[in-house]
Design a binder for this molecule. Structure first.
Ligand SMILES: Cc1cc2nc3c(=O)[nH]c(=O)nc-3n(C[C@H](O)[C@H](O)[C@H](O)COP(=O)(O)OP(=O)(O)OC[C@H]3O[C@@H](n4cnc5c(N)ncnc54)[C@H](O)[C@@H]3O)c2cc1C
Ligand SMILES: CSCC(=O)[O-]
Length: 405
């Protein structure tokens, strides 16, 4: 539970902006709210504001398919995502707010010899890094997920799978609300409907404040956590980012009785699925192929994904879809994030999570708070620098995510 708080709040104070803060976080998603929480909770900073142009959780945090796992290939990635997974395991207790983290297992399917080689390599690399992951035969995969179709005659027959039992899902809204309430109880101002329109720099080039739709705010430390809009925000400080923003879609079915026990992902046929605690099938796809700041995508992407789901899980062929939406995912050249200082003194950036940053939320926020508070990266996020692209030290996880992006 939170120590030193003024008293329980059912939610967070909907604060109005003050003339100045010690630090300003741009972006009221899970990563931004979590950063403010850890800045207050672990680094003793109290005079902090989170500036959100819409409503907190309205971006990708509230739009994603909530898959959580840490079975990434590279040592740097395994350290980053498993740091997050360990924080997920205690997050509800830490925030005293049920984020509904459910370690139901994440099963990544293989459909050909290439998939098998990639996933077996992941299993071995994960074990070397102390991350749980195990190879299953098709029969073992079906035993773990009975609705799975492992008939040999399928167009993309299942030839095995990699299972991370510690992986699972969480309630995305609750993550934003839990962090907002806990941060607010520690004195952080959560300021919604406040779009940042400019980043001010002094004569020496240091950050000196931000311009917003609710007036100017002075500060010497700005953390940008704006996901798909990061390039737009960083351009306000004169920085061009190695990012492309794409629409990524998801959809949910009509709710049914509990029938799907885990998370199943397939990179080859661009589909992944779980069942929410409300009973809806939560289905995700690959990104739309064009660069866009749109929060919706093309119909053929969803249709392709539903064809794949119907092939893998024939019992779902008569389900009706309830809602389809999109978010804006910010993708780096190596599909790994940037959690770093920038060439502008006092300006820090946390972005590039692409299609897979929800799983990292607590770890990303914890490490970004460390980077802002100490003006230097934590050893875990040090490799995820902005300079790595110029220096050629890529952390190329493109194959690790279960969607082509
Ligand atoms: C459809 C979909 C499915 C996904 N599925 C998964 C998944 O299953 N597992 C997984 O790990 N990841 C998944 N992701 C990715 C994941 O959602 C994101 O990487 C993660 O949520 C990013 O969190 P964030 O807090 O950085 O971004 P956001 O939650 O998008 O927060 C950024 C905030 O910044 C605000 N903002 C932008 N510009 C400004 C400005 N100028 N001034 C003020 N505020 C501003 C935005 O309004 C937004 O609220 C998915 C994404 C999508 C879109
Ligand atoms: C949207 S893909 C989710 C993931 O990479 O675990």
């Amino acid at each position: 539970a939170l120590d030193g708080q003024a008293g329980w709040q059912a939610q967070w104070r909907d604060a109005a902006p003050k003339p100045g803060y010690d630090a300003v976080i741009i972006g009221g998603g899970g990563h931004g709210l979590g950063t403010a929480y850890y800045l207050a909770r672990k680094h003793g900073m109290r005079n902090i504001a989170v500036l959100e142009k819409g409503w907190i959780g309205g971006g990708n945090t509230g739009r994603n398919t909530t898959i959580i796992r840490s079975n990434y290939l590279f040592d740097e990635s395994a350290a980053l995502y498993d740091h997050a997974l360990k924080l997920w395991e205690g997050l509800s207790a830490d925030l005293n707010y049920n984020v509904m983290f459910s370690q139901r297992g994440v099963l990544m399917l293989a459909h050909n010899v290439h998939d098998e080689q990639v996933f077996r390599r992941h299993v071995h690399a994960n074990r070397l890094n102390g991350v749980d992951n195990e190879w299953l035969t098709p029969e073992q995969a079906k035993a773990f997920c009975p609705p799975l179709n492992i008939a040999p005659g399928m167009r993309h027959a299942v030839t095995g799978g990699a299972l991370q039992r510690r992986g699972g899902t969480a309630r995305h809204d609750a993550v934003a609300w839990g962090y907002a309430r806990a941060a607010s109880a520690l004195g952080v101002d959560i300021i919604q409907n406040c779009e940042v329109t400019g980043i001010d720099r002094d004569a020496a080039g240091r950050v000196s404040g931000v311009q917003t739709t609710r007036g100017p705010i002075a500060t010497k430390r700005v953390g940008v956590v704006a996901a798909g809009n990061t390039s737009v925000v960083m351009a306000m400080a004169g920085l061009r980012m190695p990012l492309e923003s794409f629409p990524l879609q998801a959809l949910v079915s009509e709710p049914v009785k509990p029938c799907f026990p885990c998370v199943v992902m397939s990179n080859t046929i661009h589909a992944y699925i779980s069942q929410s605690d409300k009973g809806e099938l939560v289905i995700g796809a690959g990104t739309d192929a064009y660069i866009s700041y749109s929060q919706r995508g093309a119909l053929h992407i969803s249709m392709h994904t539903l064809e794949a789901i119907c092939e893998l899980f024939p019992m779902f062929r008569r389900m009706r879809m309830l809602r389809n939406w999109g978010g804006i995912v910010d993708v780096t050249p190596d599909r790994s994030p940037i959690i770093a200082k920038t060439p502008v003194p006092g300006l820090y950036v946390n972005c590039g999570w692409g299609t897979g940053g929800f799983k990292a939320t607590p770890g990303s926020a914890d490490l970004f708070a460390h980077t802002i508070a100490r003006d230097e990266p934590h050893p875990i996020n040090a490799p995820f620098s902005l300079e790595r692209f110029a220096e050629g030290r890529l952390i190329d996880e493109a194959a690790a995510a279960a969607v082509a992006h």
